[in-house]
Every structure is written in structure tokens, then in C-alpha cells.
Design a protein around this ligand. Structure first.
Ligand SMILES: Cc1cc2nc3c(=O)[nH]c(=O)nc-3n(C[C@H](O)[C@H](O)[C@H](O)COP(=O)(O)OP(=O)(O)OC[C@H]3O[C@@H](n4cnc5c(N)ncnc54)[C@H](O)[C@@H]3O)c2cc1C
Length: 375
């Protein structure tokens, strides 16, 4: 029986596995992931108030539900090893090897600027469940001295975390000064201008200082060092901690991928190695952004094409177009667009829609696929 190995069990990898399990129950399916649990990353901004365990699912549980074999292992990936794996049709797994008919690489993305040094925190700290401890530390500090917290990054991730934390600090009566630092001249560059204006109004209302066109240099024990982009002037401000969300990049390497999902290295097609999710850079005009929405669709397309290859049918190109994008701005607010770019959604109704999208993914992991009409 044919064997498919998926490397990376995030949104894309699980979308492939679940789709393959449903379409071809006789396939032998394997998942390799560095971690023991799947993390629903799109909820990480909620983990100052809630335990990160609420957003993690053991792979062993998913393996039982969908009938695949799970191996916890971190694999090194580079162009040389990809070529070798294609030739040999096997990948190393600790002391042994795993044969494959098709391999799917879906290893996600990594921080563009990793959080380094004391008092600097990023996604890796939230994923490790540090949120509630940090909140407690800041509460204690605010009781005896002034507390200033710096956020770096005016993209969707940074803003979701900033407004979630702001609401929590207010609710728990923790007195803190927050500031948002961003190299760009506006927030949310991929979203309509109206979304940026909505965010700026909210920043003002919430007394959050906004420093656009400003570069983060470093955080020391008590202050943050910044540089103004236009003038190159460097200066320092009081800061107890920096929360660094300056964007992500495809990881561990960017995988050039043809419109059918197969990896193509320097013009050399690897016909049996597919990629999906944030790590993949698809040719063609389908949605190629580093979002969960694209990751799930690429994962499903790759599964569809593997089934087609098995059945001797033609491959289908990736043409998925974005249907909208919503991001939360605290527990009862959100902003984004739905259907058309000019169709701005905001406030509580947008928040409900955003939560509905999270529920859609939860249902998918329960085995109910409501991502209808694709591929
Ligand atoms: C706070 C936050 C909020 C977000 N909100 C949204 C949102 O509202 N909407 C949206 O569309 N997107 C959102 N995103 C983006 C979204 O989370 C990503 O686009 C999505 O997770 C990408 O899925 P993926 O499967 O490519 O990678 P991931 O979900 O990151 O999964 C990659 C997997 O690969 C494993 N792995 C990596 N390297 C190796 C290796 N070498 N060996 C073995 N295993 C490995 C990892 O352990 C991980 O399980 C958000 C991101 C963040 C951080």
C-alpha cells in the first residue's frame, strides 16, 4: 500500500493528513513533528488569560482519530537533503529511515527577528505557556513602580496580542503604559486603509502610544533603544519588557513550489515531494500569504493531487483566492474585510465572525470539514 509522510503537523500538514485519511483510508499515513502536540497558533494571543494547553492537541490523539502514525522528531531540511530524499524515496528518522511514495513538507514559519536577551518575549514564549507568569510578574512590578511595556510590530500578530493584553490589564486593574513601535508608516499593510484607521483610533482611545517609522534596536533591563527611520536619531525610553512580533519568514527554508504543490529547486522538479503552508512559496496566482487560511487550502490541494497521482489523473493547480481576513482587537472587537477588500468589517460583529472561523478549524480537527468548495 502506498505511503505518505507529512513533515510538520501545523494547519497545512494536518489539512493534508485529514483529507488523505478521508479520501483514501487505505493509505499508510505518517506524521513527523518536532513537538508532541499540535498548536492552534491563531489563538496564541489569548494565552495571557488562558493556559496554552487549551489550544494544544496531542498528536497521539489526532493519530488515533485519523489513523496515522506519529513520530516525534526534528529533521534538518536543506536543498541537498531534499534532492537526496527524492532520489532515495526515504527520509532519515533517528537511527532508522522511513520510505515514502509521497512526502509533504509543511514546517511553517519562524520569527524574522527572534526574541533575544532578557525581558524580550515573542511567540516561542507564548507557545511555551509563559503568558500567565509574565502577567503575574508585571502585576507585582506595577504595585511598586511604573510599568512600561513595548510592543514591536504593527502587523496582525502584534496587534492581536497588544489589544488582548491591554483589555486584560484594564480588567485586572494593572496600571501599565503601553506603546506600539513599527518600522512601517502604517499598521496592517496587507489590509485596506480603513483597517489601519480603525486601529489608530483604537490606539488613541486606549492611550497606547504609537511610534510608526521607528526601528527597535534592543531592550536592556529597564529601557528600550529605538531609532527614528527618517533621521536615524537613536534614543531610549523606559521599558520593563519588549514583546517582539516583527513578522515571520518561511522556515527552515523557503520552498519554491509549482502550482500543483510539488517542490521545484532551481528549475529541478522533485515530483514526489510536495510542500504546503507558510514554508511553501507557490507559483501561480493562488493565495500565497503566510496565513492559516492559505495553509489549510494548500494542504487540501496537495492531498487532492496525491490522490489524483495515485489514480493516474491530472493534477489540479492551486487557484485559491482569499475570501476575507479578520483579526481580533481584544475580546469583543475585531477588524478586517469580508468578500471584497472594500467591505470593511469591524467591532463586535467582526469579532463573532472571527470566532466562527476558529470554530470552523476546531470542527475540521473533529473530522467535520466545512471548508467546502475547495479544491
Ligand atoms: C498570534 C497569531 C495569530 C494568527 N492569526 C491568524 C489568523 O487570524 N488568521 C490566519 O489566517 N492566520 C493567522 N496566523 C498565521 C497562522 O498561524 C499561520 O499562517 C499558520 O500557522 C501556518 O500553518 P503551517 O501549517 O504552515 O505552519 P505551523 O502551524 O506553524 O506548523 C508547522 C509545524 O511544523 C513543525 N516543524 C517545524 N520545523 C520542523 C522540523 N524541522 N522538523 C519537524 N517538525 C517541524 C512545527 O512543530 C509545527 O507543528 C496567526 C499567527 C499568529 C502567530
Amino acid at each position: 500500500m502506498a505511503q505518505v509522510v507529512v513533515l510538520g503537523g501545523g494547519y497545512a500538514g494536518l489539512a493534508s493528513l485529514i483529507s488523505l485519511a478521508k479520501k483514501m483510508p487505505a493509505l499508510q499515513l505518517h506524521l513527523i513533528d518536532a513537538n508532541p502536540e499540535h498548536c492552534k497558533i491563531t489563538n496564541l494571543h489569548k494565552t495571557f488569560a488562558r493556559q496554552v494547553a487549551d489550544f494544544k492537541l496531542p498528536y497521539t490523539q489526532l493519530a488515533e482519530r485519523f489513523g496515522f502514525t506519529f513520530h516525534q522528531h526534528r529533521l534538518q531540511i536543506d536543498n541537498h537533503s531534499l534532492n537526496r530524499w527524492q532520489q532515495q524515496k526515504k527520509i532519515p528518522l533517528g537511527d532508522s529511515e522511513l520510505d515514502f511514495d509521497w512526502l509533504i513538507i509543511s514546517t511553517g514559519a519562524a520569527a524574522l527577528v527572534p526574541p533575544r536577551g532578557r525581558q524580550v518575549y515573542g511567540l516561542e514564549h507564548l507557545m511555551a505557556g509563559r503568558g500567565p507568569d509574565l502577567l503575574e510578574e508585571w502585576r507585582t512590578r506595577a504595585e511598586s513602580q511604573r510599568l512600561d511595556l513595548s510592543f514591536v510590530g504593527g502587523g496582525a500578530t502584534g496587534l492581536q496580542i497588544l489589544f488582548e493584553l491591554k483589555a486584560l490589564l484594564r480588567q485586572q486593574k494593572i496600571d501599565a503604559g503601553l506603546r506600539l513601535i513599527d518600522m512601517n508608516s502604517r499598521t496592517l499593510p496587507m489590509m485596506p486603509e480603513g483597517a489601519h484607521r480603525y486601529v489608530v483610533r483604537k490606539l488613541r482611545r486606549e492611550n497606547i502610544i504609537y511610534l510608526p517609522q521607528t526601528e527597535y534596536l534592543e531592550q536592556t533591563d529597564t529601557s528600550i533603544k529605538l531609532r527614528e527611520c527618517g533621521s536615524d536619531r537613536e534614543y531610549q525610553l523606559d521599558s520593563a519588557a519588549t514583546l517582539l512580533f516583527a513578522g515571520v519568514k518561511r522556515a527552515p527554508i523557503s520552498l519554491p513550489t509549482n502550482p500543483f504543490g510539488q517542490i521545484e529547486l532551481e528549475g529541478n522538479l522533485l515530483p514526489d515531494i510536495f510542500s504546503a503552508g507558510d514554508c511553501s512559496d507557490y507559483a501561480g496566482n493562488g493565495l500565497n500569504q503566510l496565513t492559516a487560511q492559505a495553509a489549510v487550502r494548500k494542504g487540501k490541494l496537495v492531498a487532492h493531487n496525491i490522490v489524483n497521482l495515485y489514480a493516474g489523473r491530472r493534477l489540479r493547480p492551486y487557484r485559491y483566492q482569499e475570501k476575507g481576513y479578520l483579526m481580533s482587537l481584544g475580546p469583543i472587537d475585531a477588524v478586517g474585510w469580508v468578500g471584497l477588500h472594500c467591505n470593511l468589517a469591524r467591532g463586535f460583529p467582526a469579532n463573532i465572525l472571527k470566532e466562527a472561523m476558529e470554530s470552523q478549524y476546531d470542527l475540521f480537527l473533529d473530522g467535520v470539514d466545512t471548508y467546502l468548495g475547495f479544491p
